[in-house]
Design a binder for this molecule. Structure first.
Ligand code: GLN
Length: 292
């Protein structure tokens, strides 16, 4: 359904018209999406919209908004339309091979920050995707350096761009590889938000995730635990990967605290903490070598 957005339309009217079109299409966050698209695509602050809502959107604005609305009406998530998303106050470019950064993952970053004991920690982020975890850590740890590892060359170039854009390009490197195989260590902190959804559950995910997030970043194999097994195996086989006093912090699915803890215990790692997310679900498992 085409929605006309004339260049002479005011910002406030454009916002109402977009919200109404999204509402008619049954999109849950219609008003929020309309406001956010308007601010982002016209480069406005909330104040601009509040105080100068009667200014026209102009030809370029009309075109950008009409294009965004068309996409949103076909189910494309706002983050994918904009091609970038905010995470811990930083902006991250996205690509088809990177997940949209989730609020859940902020719990991993928060937890990891508290694990650092060394003033110049070396960090490894496995399956870095957009780089949001590593970049957010480096942003608040000025003495830290880190490596982001991913299988996807496309994700790595996106992550590298995000590190530079957020001012940590000189303290980060991005390496292509399968889990830990391509890196040496030692690392004070190994973090990962690996794919952890059981393959059989993927078809039941909401369309915005299933159709627009990369399946390789979600699918954790038959029981969802393949990536944890692979990472824990690598750390066990190559003890030099973790520095003395080093820790491993994983994002997990809400029902994976026990199985992931068990995988760690089976190889003699200590479960130091299970951290809950804002919704109260177990979201991060922290493991340390018993000698650490
Ligand atoms: N939490 C993500 C989701 O709900 C899954 C991320 C992952 O598999 N690492 O889509």
């Amino acid at each position: 359904m085409a929605v006309a957005l004339e260049p002479s339309l005011s910002r406030a009217e454009a916002r109402l018209r977009i919200a109404a079109a999204l509402e008619r299409a049954g999109i849950a966050e219609a008003r929020g999406d309309a406001r956010f698209l308007l601010l982002q695509l016209l480069g406005l602050t909330q104040t601009d919209l509040a105080l100068r809502g009667n200014e026209p959107i102009g030809p370029a604005g009309a075109e950008a908004l009409a294009d965004a609305l068309r996409q949103r009406l076909t189910g494309v998530p706002v983050a994918r339309i904009l091609g970038e998303w905010e995470f811990r106050g930083l902006t991250f470019a996205l690509s088809p091979e990177t997940l949209v950064p989730r609020p859940d993952t902020e719990t991993l970053v928060e937890t990891a920050l508290h694990l650092v004991r060394n003033p110049a920690p070396r960090i490894l982020d496995l399956g870095t995707g957009s780089g949001c975890i590593l970049v957010a850590l480096l942003d608040v740890l000025p003495g830290a350096r880190g490596i982001g590892l991913d299988r996807s060359a496309d994700a790595l170039s996106t992550a590298r761009g995000n590190a530079i854009r957020n001012g940590v390009g000189n303290r980060s490197a991005f390496v292509q590889g399968d889990w830990c195989a391509a890196v040496g260590g030692p690392f004070d902190l190994i973090v990962s938000n690996p794919p952890y959804i059981a393959s059989g559950v993927i078809p039941t995910l909401v369309e915005e995730v299933r159709e627009h997030d990369p399946i390789a970043a979600l699918d954790g194999g038959q029981d969802g635990l393949d990536a944890y097994r692979a990472i824990i195996r690598a750390v066990t086989e190559r003890p030099a990967l973790l520095a003395a006093g080093g820790a491993l912090a994983f994002e997990i699915g809400y029902d994976q605290a026990e199985p992931v803890s068990d995988l760690g215990r089976q190889v003699g790692l200590t479960v130091e903490a299970i951290t809950r997310d804002l919704a109260g679900h177990p979201r991060v498992v922290t493991l340390r070598p018993s000698f650490g």
